[in-house]
Design a protein around this ligand. Structure first.
Ligand SMILES: [Fe+2]
Length: 294
């Protein structure tokens, strides 16, 4: 099959591009699908969720389910072929992480997801080794913040498309195996995570597009080459823009994001005095089934 992400095949790219733009969601409200029980979707609900994922690599579901736990999230993911949970040493037993402010736990406190601070644009697990790349995730909201905590979301295929349209050399530079390096992280015991060098854009074995990215300026080293740096600047400006392909949303209790690890950020928030913001996050090595494009 002809791959649209092959830089030597502009015809395949243009065919894919036309279809992608024609079907892409440009209104956040079209991204939201109401469901009853995340554990057992109806055929219609499943089809509606999958349709959004096929068009824009993500969907926001809104359920009325009150008693949601880690098992609910696991069962929800399974209905989309998501089964290889990424083992996270901070995660709970089932490999599903509770994202909440941890004022007491010094180990977690060192990580920004467990604070109330803003998180810049990124894809999940950009620091993971190649064999543990994150291709899909579910983020389920149990409790929203008193104020703030909104997310911006952008389909990484649209990011690719806009960069390739602007300058194909941007894609070439960000596909280089040495484009981006996350330095090693050390703690009292020594090296806690080895340095990871790799591309921003890569093509998965099934021909789909994968993206690793963080807008962090500390703890990241970009290849010091004019085209790479120009591509990074272009990407930063794109993500700071106000185009309809950037969705803005706030997950409320019962709502969740199912996606093929699209780009996302998080605004700072203030917890309600009565209840802390709490989200369940499940990260998977595979993409959502039946979402391969082209
Ligand atoms: Fe994230």
């Amino acid at each position: 099959m002809q791959n649209p992400f092959d830089l030597d095949n502009p015809a395949a790219y243009l065919r894919w591009r036309d279809r992608k733009l024609a079907r892409a969601i440009t209104d956040t409200s079209d991204l939201i699908v109401e469901i009853k029980d995340p554990r057992a979707l109806t055929t219609t609900e499943h089809a509606a969720l999958l349709d959004r994922c096929q068009r824009s690599n993500m969907v926001i579901y809104a359920s009325r389910s009150e008693e949601v736990d880690e098992e609910t999230v696991r069962l929800f993911g399974l209905q989309f072929g998501l089964k290889s949970l990424d083992a996270n040493w901070l995660a709970g037993e089932q490999g599903i992480t509770r994202i909440t402010v941890c004022a007491e736990d010094g180990q977690r406190q060192a990580y920004i997801p467990y604070t109330d601070r803003a998180i810049k644009w990124h894809t999940d697990g950009y620091y993971n080794p190649p064999e543990r790349q994150i291709r899909g995730f579910v983020l389920h909201c149990v409790q929203s913040a008193g104020q703030g905590g909104e997310n911006r979301l952008m389909d990484h295929e649209i990011v690719y498309l806009m960069m390739r349209d602007s300058n194909v050399d941007f894609i070439r530079a960000l596909s280089a195996p040495d484009a981006m390096t996350i330095p090693e992280r050390t703690d009292e015991q020594g090296v806690a995570r080895a340095a990871q060098t790799g591309p921003v854009f890569s093509v998965n074995a099934d021909g789909t597009l994968h993206m690793r990215y963080t807008a962090r300026t500390r703890s990241i080293e970009w290849k010091q080459d004019a085209t790479t740096l120009a591509a990074v600047t272009f990407l930063e400006k794109l993500l700071a823009s106000d185009i309809p392909h950037i969705y803005r949303t706030r997950l409320e209790p019962g709502m969740g994001l199912l996606c093929n690890n699209v780009l996302h950020d998080r605004a700072a928030f203030v917890d309600d005095v009565a209840a802390q913001r709490l989200l369940f996050r499940a990260r998977y090595h595979e993409r959502i089934a039946e979402t391969a494009s082209s």
